[in-house]
Design a protein around this ligand. Structure first.
Ligand SMILES: Cc1cc2nc3c(=O)[nH]c(=O)nc-3n(C[C@H](O)[C@H](O)[C@H](O)COP(=O)(O)O)c2cc1C
Length: 393
């Protein structure tokens, strides 16, 4: 493909370059994938309100997330096994985010470790996502490692105490490193850029875990450990426990319900993320964009409300802001860029989204993001009050 103009172009290229097992790990949701599809479809269904004759000369997509100045209100979401989309994937994505001026969130289930990312970005602060595991001592050590690595926000994921089922992962026998069955070998052999780079790195397994737990190192044991370790007893007391352990910025990820959001607001967290885990957990849950407005209205005055799920363009970012999000995250839009072209691909994804955001905001009569609310949306359901927005005299 010669010219890349959209996230979809990056997706197509990633599908060509990344082994099927890992490409499909990214491009999949649980069971029927109805929530996965709804995340994108519901965003696409929202119409924007075009305005004209507004002075659009000086524009900016700058904003803040968690008090941090950002080039645009888009952070990179935590995604597991990112270093399997492309060798050293987490380090490359973190560098692209740093250079672009947006936050990068590292997953607990990453290939590159907390320390690898800190070293690979010269100590630039990043965000770290934590799962509450049964082994609480391991969680304490993980948080301590994050603190030492200059992590500036902790993102606690609440929607995976048990795992949704993804049919494609089961069929592909997903594992890191990949099991070298004949079909996997044949498929990997056809992706020379991927395996050539993968041979140059030593990072091919879960970097935050292997070597940090006694007796861990063997892959069979590792997958067993992960299956056993996700803690189905996870509850609000655990959230309060994490709040006590970590005195920096705390973000609660995976909230879909206004009642849960109200409880979250009592925990002392600084932000929550309206998220259905990219449609990978409860199939049948509403899309994030549909769940967002009620939650923003219920708790937006008490903590920052962020959103992820289905963001594939700057238009999507703007729609989320209009419906009450103070910030958004991209999972697959980043993964497709990474799988397609490594660090340059992540940078390209960010450039595409920022340009779309800038132009779309302008078409809606806005020169900045501060005044964006439901008035930029078209249609009676948004009860758009008469006049106007930003607005140059
Ligand atoms: C391949 C993949 C792996 C993921 N791994 C994690 C993870 O380890 N921790 C987590 O909190 N969320 C994880 N997520 C969910 C993302 O953080 C985010 O909520 C989701 O990707 C947003 O939807 P989007 O991909 O449509 O942007 C993962 C998502 C994907 C696609």
């Amino acid at each position: 493909m010669s010219v890349i103009t959209s996230i979809e172009d990056l997706r197509v290229l990633a599908e060509r370059r990344v082994p099927r097992m890992f490409y499909q790990y990214a491009d999949s949701g649980s069971w029927t994938e109805s929530t996965y599809r709804a995340n994108e479809a519901d965003l696409a269904g929202i119409r924007l309100r075009q305005r004209v004759a507004v002075n659009l000369e000086h524009r900016s997509t700058r904003a803040t997330m968690l008090g941090q100045d950002v080039a645009m209100p888009v952070a990179i979401a935590p995604t597991g096994l990112t270093g399997m989309q492309h060798a050293d994937g987490e380090i490359l994505a973190a560098r692209a985010a740093r250079d672009f001026g947006i936050p990068f969130t590292l997953s607990t289930m990453s290939i590159c470790s907390i320390e690898d990312v800190a070293e690979g970005t010269n100590g630039h602060p990043f965000w770290f996502q934590v799962y509450v595991m049964r082994d609480r001592k391991f969680v304490e050590r993980l948080i301590e490692r994050a603190r030492r690595a200059n992590v500036s926000a902790l993102v606690l994921t609440l929607d995976l105490p048990i795992s949704g089922q993804r049919h494609k992962d089961i069929r592909n026998g997903l594992s890191a490193p990949p099991k070298l069955t004949l079909p996997n070998l044949l498929n990997i052999a056809a992706k020379p850029r991927w395996w050539w780079r993968m041979l140059q790195t030593r990072r091919r397994t879960l970097g935050n875990i292997v070597g940090h737990i006694e007796g861990m190192g063997d892959n069979a044991l590792l997958s067993e450990w992960c299956a056993r370790q996700f803690d189905p007893t996870l509850n609000w007391d655990d959230v309060r426990w994490i709040r006590r352990l970590w005195d920096g910025k705390l973000v609660l990820k995976g909230i879909q319900d206004a009642e849960d959001a109200c409880i979250a607001a009592e925990t002392g967290a600084d932000a929550l993320i309206v998220s259905n885990h990219g449609g990978r957990q409860l199939d049948g849950a509403p899309s994030s964009i549909v769940a967002l407005p009620e939650i923003a209205e219920a708790v937006g005055h008490r903590l920052e409300v962020h959103m992820d799920g289905g963001i594939r363009s700057g238009q999507d970012v703007l729609k989320a802001l209009a419906l009450g999000a103070k910030g958004t995250y991209i999972g697959r839009s980043m993964l497709y860029g990474l799988g397609a072209m490594g660090e340059a691909g992540v940078t390209r994804a960010l450039e595409i989204i920022q340009k779309e955001l800038d132009l779309t905001m302008a078409f809606c009569g806005q020169t900045g993001l501060k005044a964006v609310d439901t008035r930029i949306l078209y249609g009676a359901q948004y009860r758009a009050p008469a006049p106007a927005l930003a607005l140059a005299a």
